[in-house]
Structure formats: C-alpha cells, structure tokens
Design a protein around this ligand. Sequence first.
Ligand code: ZN
Length: 449
Amino acid sequence: MELQHINTNRDGQERESPTDLGQAMHDFMADLFPLCRSITGNGVRETLAYIGSKIPLDIHEVPSGTQVFDWSVPLEWNIADAFIKDPSGKRLIDFQKCNLHVVNYSAPIHTRMTLADLKPHLHSLPDHPTWIPYRTSYYRENWGFCLSHKQLSELPEGLELEVCIKSTLSPGSLTYGECYLRGATEQEILISCHVCHPSLGNDNLSGLAVATALAKAMAEKTRRYSYRFIFIPATIGAITWMARNEAALKNIKHGLVITGVGDRGTTTYKKSRRGDAEVDRAMQHVLRHDEPGHCVIDFFPYGYDERQYCSPAFNLPVGCLMRTPHGQYPEYHTSADNLDFVRAESLAESYAHCLALFDILDHNRTYINQSSKGEPQLGRRGLYRDVAGQQESKVFELSLLWVLNMSDGTHSLLDIAERAGYPFTTIRRAAVLLEQHGLLQSVEHVGDQ
Ligand code: ZN
C-alpha cells in the first residue's frame, strides 16, 4: 500500500482546505475498505500497519486465553476464502467479491449440502433485497453466510451445493494499536475507535480516518494534555486495553469514542455516564456554536466502547461522537454502508468538531482577577477601544468584562463562555490579553507558589 501522510494529497502536497482534508480522509478509507477485519487476525494487523504509516503507532499483541477482567482473549480468526458453489463449480456466493458474505468469525467448514440444510446458516435482508447484512459470531462457535435476499432467492433448490469456509480459529493474539503523544502533563485525553469491522464505511472506517487525521494534527501542536489514540477491536479490545492499563486509567481526564462520523446526518454527541464531565460540557459548547441542529443524548449502557470506559468501577469521563446513531439508519451493518454512503464533508466537519473540543480542553483554565476591587481601568492599558460601536470589538470588550468579573478562582473559561454566550475562542483570547497585562493569574500558577 502506498505510504502517504493523511494530510497530504497523492502528489505529496499539503492539504489546506476542509474539502481537501475530507477527501484525504475518504481516500484513507478507500485504501482500508477491502480488508477483512475482525476482532483478531491479519486484517486488523494490516489495518494498523497502514495507520502506522501515517502516525506513530505502537502495536500490541495480547495472547489468546489472556484473562481480561471477566473475559478472556479469544482464539485468533483468519480467513483465506469462502464460497457456495453449484454442482458445475460456479461460485454463487464468493467471499472474494465481498467479505461481508461470511459471518465474521465463522469456523471452517467444507461440505456438500442442499439449500434446505444450508438455509439455517444463511442471512439476508428481505426489506432490502440487494443489500448484504453484516453478521458476527465471536463468542459462540458457528458458521454462516450473508447474502442479498435476491441472491438467496436465486440459489437452486434440491441440488448439492459445495459449501466452503477456509478459515482458522487457533491460538494467536488480539492486536491493537496505540498512538501516544506526550504533553506537558501526564494527564491525558483518550480517543478510542473500533477497528474490527470488515468492508463497512461509516462504521467504522470513518472513525479511523478522523482519529488518524486528529493524531497527525495534534502531534504538531504544543499540548498541555497528553493524547492517547487507541485503535482497538470493539468490546473485547476496550476491555483488554483497560485491563492492561488499569493503574494508568486515573490519568484520563477526558475521553471520546469516535464512530460513525461520515454519514450525511447531523452530529450526535452521547454524554459520558457522569453527564456533566468537562468533555460533555466542552463538546456541547462546540456543537452549540458550530452546528445548529446537532443532537445531544444522555448516556445509556449499550452502543460503543463508551460503555466499557463508563462501567461503574471506572466511570471515566468518556463521551461518544457520531452522526446518525447506530441502528437508526437502514444502511447500518449492511453492504450499503459503503464508501458512497460516507461524505468527505461530514468527515471534515467531524474532524473540525474534535479539534475544537481539544482546543477547549487544552486551554480551559481558571483565573483570579488581580485587580478585583471595582473594574480595572482598561482604557489606560489600551484594552478598551476609543471608538465604540464595531460589533466585533464590542463582543471582545464585553468578553474582557466577563472574564474579569467571573475570574474569582472558581469559574473556568468554559464556564464564562457558557454564561456569556460567546464562543470559547473569544473568551480565551480576552483572557490571554488580560493575563499579558497582569490582570489575571491562573489558579494553577497560584498553586505553584
Ligand atoms: Zn458496528
């Protein structure tokens, strides 16, 4: 596979506009789309190797049988081929054409049987007769095929069909990837996305594309927090990762699961179990200012890996960013969730929301006004324009007053932005200027003295 930075185009030029970046993320998805991923196996390894060609990525292998909390790492699954052939040897169903055709984690089988005997192992969608469903059987050994309802209706009755799944289920390992970007503090922001789905687009190559682009962008920034991007198989991967890193979970100050961020629906943010964590408030702030029509939903204990991070023993402040929630679009977990279903614009918008979130989290501080007996005289310091009336400078001047008034050591810049109804970036700009003039001192600095 071609090595190239996700933020550069195919000629190696830096991508500048959101459209270019959205297209770059879509190209990234197209490169990964054909691979047959699962919760273990070579499809995940190849995917992680590709991501590792874009960003620094540590690859971890956890042996089958390893106990992780209440679970154990399963046998590793790999697949070379699968088909249903008619008596003439013609492939009626062919894994080489679409890897969704095999129930993911199917045990190997090679036999002949009639359609009647095969039917309990076939899955189709009568309501969407040209789509192939995506099905898995991870924790109960089984085998099966997924096919369009049209294909099912065309399978011949009464004939002996050759049924073959060339897969292996054997001791190996579970593979995950981790990109750690050390910041000024060990406290960290966790970004997690699942890497286990085969040829599906929105769920969740979109998340992998956005997270990889974010890691690339954050690697080039000065960071207060450390950032940890993890690319893991759903459920068992999150549980495995937490079990291996239990002592370090206390460093996670904010977290986000990124999934299904490329469809044409509006953005949905699912709050952490805490509901009022800083990440919850910050993401809602971003969406309120940047995407009218977005949706915020409360935590519930199913969905994606937020349910592991938010399990009661950990209760980490981890929310979930998506567009249309899983199961609420008919293409979900079918072959119709393909590259055409994902829009470059949606990827770019989701990426921008995350960067804005990180900007708030990294710069949200609490200050103490150093001249709090009455208002300090701003005009004398050149902070109040002589000519009033310009709307933009008016908002900025009011932001100065908001920051001064609320900076009593108990309100963060995000609190102030919310109270004032102004974007965080404007409030922060005001605080930076006031600090430069000695009118504010950050609470952290007070604590250092
Ligand atoms: Zn899924």
